[in-house]
Design a binder for this molecule. Structure first.
Ligand code: UDP
Length: 339
C-alpha cells in the first residue's frame, strides 16, 4: 500500500528548522512516527512522510515530502494517489477533499477529544476512555524498533543512576521521580526540557543533592542514557495537564524505549502506565511519600535487561504494531469505520 504518514508539523523552538522524524531532541510523537514508519517499510509498504521536512531520507520505500505547513500538507494529500492517510498531527489536517476511496486514520496522541474521531486509534484503553473514544475504536500501543536503540550486543554497561527522560512538568512526575530516587539512595539523571522554571527550581531546591539535571538530550547520548540507567522513572501524576483536565498519560513513548534498551521501568498507574509498566517493571503510588525500604525493594525486584527487551519486542515491536495498523487500514478501505 501507499501510506502517507503525517507527522505533527512543529518547528524547533526559536528556529525556522522543522522538527524531523526522528526528532533532534525531545519529541514523543516524532519517535512514534519513526518507529511505525520502520515497521511499515519492513512490511513492504511505500511510505510518504509529511510534516517533517529535512528528515533523513534514503530508506528503501520512503519518500520524505518537503511540506510542513498544514495547508501545504492538505494540498499534497488532495492531489496524491496514496491508499491511506495516517495522521499523527492532532487534527491539523483532516479527511476533507481526499480522493474518494482513500482511507483516513488518525492516531491520537493527546488527552483531549479527537478532532477527527471517525477512524481514530488510541495508544491505551485509558486514553480512549479519557478522550471519549468509542469501545470499538482500536487501541494500538506505541511501537518501538530495536534497531533505533542500543541492543544487548552493544553491551552498554549498567550504572547505578535512575533516569527521568521527558518534559520536566508537574503532570510528568519529575518531582516524584526525584523523591523516589532520593529515597532509594540513588542519583537521578533528569533529562528533558524544563519549560516551567518554578517547578524546576522546586525540584533542585528539594532534591538538588541527588538530582543531576542535564537539559534536553538527543542522538547518541540519549541512547546511552536509556541503556545504562538502572531504571527509568515514569511517574506521571493525576494533576492538571497541559490541555486542561486531569492528566491521563496517553501512550508514554519512553516506556517502550527504555525496555527495548534493556532498562526496566518504575511508573505510577496514571493513564496508559497501568497497562504497560507491569510487563517491564513495577507500578508505585502517586506522590512523593516513598520510604527507603520500599524504594529499594522496588528496584531490587525489577525484571532483568533481557526480560524487558524481550517483552518490549513481543508487545510493542515495530513490525507487529505496523501489522496491527495495516489491519485497520484494510478495514477502513473496505468501508468499515468507527468513532
Ligand atoms: N526525549 C528526548 N530527549 C529529552 C527528553 C525526552 O529525546 O531530553 C524523548 C523521549 O525519548 C521520548 C519523548 O521525548 O521519545 C517523550 O515522549 P513521551 O511520550 O514519553 O512523553 P510526552 O512528552 O510526549 O508526554
Amino acid at each position: 500500500m501507499k501510506v502517507a504518514l503525517v507527522n505533527i508539523p512543529l518547528r524547533v523552538p526559536g528556529s525556522d528548522e522543522w522538527i524531523t522524524v526522528p526528532p533532534q531532541g525531545y519529541g514523543g510523537i516524532q519517535w512514534v512516527v519513526a518507529n511505525l514508519m520502520d515497521g511499515l517499510l519492513e512490511l513492504g509498504h511505500e511510505v510518504f512522510l509529511l510534516g517533517a521536512p529535512g528528515s533523513p531520507a534514503g530508506a528503501p520505500g520512503l519518500t520524505v515530502v518537503p511540506v510542513g505547513e498544514p495547508e501545504e500538507i492538505q494540498r499534497w494529500l488532495r492531489e496524491s494517489d496514496v491508499d491511506v492517510v495516517h495522521d499523527h498531527s492532532g487534527g491539523l489536517i483532516g479527511p476533507a477533499g481526499l480522493r474518494p476511496g482513500t482511507a483516513f486514520i488518525s492516531s491520537h496522541h493527546f488527552t483531549t477529544r479527537a478532532v477527527n474521531p471517525a477512524g481514530c486509534t488510541y495508544s491505551s484503553r485509558a486514553q480512549r476512555a479519557h478522550c471519549g473514544g468509542g469501545d470499538d475504536a482500536p487501541v494500538i500501543p506505541i511501537p518501538v524498533d530495536p534497531a533505533r536503540y542500543r541492543s544487548a550486543a552493544d553491551a552498554v554497561p549498567k550504572e547505578d543512576f535512575l533516569l527521568f527522560m521527558g518534559r520536566i512538568s508537574p503532570h510528568k512526575g519529575a518531582l516524584e521521580a526525584a523523591a523516589f530516587a532520593a529515597a532509594s539512595g540513588r542519583r537521578l539523571v533528569l533529562a528533558g526540557p524544563a519549560w516551567e522554571p518554578d517547578y524546576f527550581a522546586e525540584i533542585t531546591s528539594r532534591y538538588g543533592s541527588t538530582v543531576e539535571a542535564i537539559g534536553e538530550v538527543g542522538a547518541e547520548r540519549r541512547l546511552d542514557l536509556l541503556a545504562s540507567a538502572h531504571a527509568v522513572l515514569a511517574m506521571s501524576q493525576a494533576v492538571e495537564g497541559p490541555w486542561g483536565g486531569i492528566w491521563c498519560e496517553p501512550g508514554a513513548t519512553v516506556v517502550s524505549e527504555a525496555a527495548v534498551s534493556g532498562t526496566p521501568v518504575v511508573g505510577t498507574r496514571n493513564g496508559c502506565l497501568a497497562e504497560i509498566v507491569p510487563s517491564v517493571g513495577e507500578v508505585v503510588a502517586y506522590g512523593t511519600d516513598f520510604t527507603p525500604e520500599e524504594a529499594r525493594r522496588v528496584l531490587d525486584g525489577l525484571p532483568s535487561p533481557d526480560e524487558v527487551r524481550r517483552e518490549a519486542v513481543r508487545l510493542w515491536g515495530h513490525v507487529e504494531i505496523a501489522g496491527r495498523y495495516v489491519e485497520q487500514y484494510r478495514r477502513l478501505l473496505s468501508g468499515v469505520t468507527w468513532k
